[in-house]
Design a protein around this ligand. Structure first.
Ligand code: TYC
Length: 129
C-alpha cells in the first residue's frame, strides 16, 4: 500500500545548527585549497666532456707544461706530471667541463699551439657514465 503526505513537512522551531566543516579554510585544507603534487624529477645531469692532449714528436715539453698551467689552471708540478703522462702514454686528460667550455678550451689550446708553430693536438670527448 502507498501512503501520500497530507501536509507539507514541518519547519523545526529551533534553527538547525550548520554542519561544522572538517577543516577550516585558514588551515589551508578548506574547499578552496590547492594541492601541489610533487612530480618525479625528470632532469639528468648534463653530459660532461674531458679535454685531452695528444702526444706528438715535435711540440716542446716546456710548451705543453705552460699550456696545461695556463688553460687548465694547474700548478707547475701537476702540469709537468700530466705532460709526462701524455708523453709516455700518448694522451692525457687535462680537465673535465661542460660541452661549451670544453670546446672553447680545445679552440684556445689549438690556436696557441698554431701561433707558436707547434702541431699539438687537443680534443674533447664525452665522458661515459
Ligand atoms: N713528445 C713531446 C716531446 O718529446 C712532448 C709532448 C708532450 C708533446 C705532450 C705533446 O701533448 C704533448 N717533445
Amino acid at each position: 500500500m502507498i501512503f501520500m503526505a497530507t501536509q507539507p513537512p514541518k519547519t523545526p522551531k529551533t534553527p538547525v545548527k550548520p554542519q561544522t566543516p572538517a577543516f577550516k579554510p585558514e588551515d589551508g585544507r578548506g574547499s578552496d585549497s590547492v594541492v601541489l603534487e610533487r612530480l618525479p624529477q625528470k632532469t639528468k645531469p648534463p653530459q660532461m666532456y674531458q679535454v685531452v692532449l695528444l702526444n706528438d714528436d715535435y711540440t716542446p715539453m716546456e710548451f705543453v707544461v705552460v699550456v696545461i698551467q695556463e688553460f687548465f689552471n694547474k700548478d707547475r708540478e701537476t702540469a709537468t706530471g700530466i705532460m709526462l703522462k701524455i708523453h709516455l702514454d700518448g694522451k692525457g686528460v687535462c680537465g673535465v667541463f661542460s660541452k661549451d667550455v670544453a670546446a672553447t678550451k680545445v679552440d684556445q689550446v689549438t690556436e696557441a699551439a698554431r701561433k707558436n708553430g707547434h702541431p699539438l693536438q687537443c680534443v674533447s670527448e664525452p665522458i661515459e657514465l
